[in-house]
Design a binder for this molecule. Structure first.
Ligand code: SAM
Length: 276
């Protein structure tokens, strides 16, 4: 398979992935920062800039885990909507900036109808995400749903944008997850995937291998007391298809105008496609 799980059955892979994320959930965010030296934040910001959601966007974030994409989306649409509203109000009513700020304090108002549905198969990851949302004051425009990327609990043609960040390599049947993405998107909707990919520079590739297989499992053991889960993460990253192979898989699922952009020498890539 594309995932290199030749030695375990499909059922075993699903169980193994579940155990990995159940076990890492509480330390997931801190480990992400440590392992990527904080760079995952920039990659996720770039995903949002690429999405450039329009007011009222209905986003489905699959394998959304602890909510990193969802929170970035809410911040983005809130800032965008408030800028627009304030400009309009100021032009129409000649109010002061202070009066306008007071008028637009309510969260519901300030999202302009945009909404994000976070869907993940692991209730422990969702639990951490919900706690973060509560602690950081996110209330409106956000729903958490337990569900499998391969069998999404949503009807057809429901969302404007589908995102999956560092999630698709963990799915057992990637082709099925892609077909599901296509099914739930509205015609004209966009698929965006942020995932580890193939490094295109030989020197960086060697250093990256050393880092992934020698350093990451040690960090996993020291910080999260879990060598095996972090070894799995490093292995699953290597076994994911190349930028071009993955592009073809997205096209096979029915998406059009499929493109990708490699970031940080191909350590990760953002793939984009449209349901037309
Ligand atoms: N998107 C988040 C981020 O970027 O921080 C979380 C990524 S985390 C590496 C991978 C997530 O994929 C985990 O939360 C895991 O539970 C989820 N996952 C794995 N298999 C899945 C499936 N079949 N359906 C939905 N989520 C799945």
């Amino acid at each position: 398979t594309h995932f290199g799980f030749e030695t375990v059955s499909e059922k075993e892979k699903g169980g193994k992935v579940y155990h990995v994320f159940e076990s890492v959930a509480k330390k997931y965010d801190v480990m992400n920062d440590m392992m990527s030296l904080g760079i995952h934040r920039i990659w996720k910001d770039l995903l949002l800039w690429k999405m450039h959601p329009f007011p009222g966007t209905q986003l489905l974030d699959v394998a959304g885990g602890t909510g990193d994409i969802a929170f970035r989306f809410l911040n983005y649409v809130q800032a965008q909507h408030q800028r627009k509203q304030k400009k309009q109000l100021r032009a129409q009513q000649n109010l002061s900036w202070e009066e306008i700020a007071k008028k637009y304090q309510s969260e519901e108002d300030s999202l302009g109808g945009s909404h994000v549905m976070v869907c993940d198969i692991n209730k422990e990851m969702l639990k951490v995400g919900k706690q973060k949302a509560h602690a950081q004051g996110y209330k409106a425009g956000l729903t958490w749903v337990l569900g499998d990327a391969e069998e999404l609990p949503f009807g057809d043609d429901k969302f404007d944008v589908y995102t999956i960040a560092f999630g698709i390599r963990n799915v057992t049947h990637i082709d099925q997850a892609l077909q599901e993405a296509h099914r739930v998107l509205k015609p004209g909707g966009r698929f965006l995937c942020l995932e580890f990919s193939q490094v295109n520079n030989p020197l960086i590739s060697r250093l990256y291998d050393l880092y992934s297989f020698q350093v990451i499992p040690v960090m996993g053991e020291v910080i999260a007391g879990d060598w095996k889960s972090y070894q799995y993460l490093a292995e699953s990253i290597r076994k994911f298809p190349s930028q071009e192979e993955f592009k073809e898989m997205i096209e096979d699922a029915g998406f059009q105008k499929v493109t990708y952009e490699s970031l940080t020498s191909g350590i990760v890539a953002i793939h984009s496609g449209f349901k037309l």
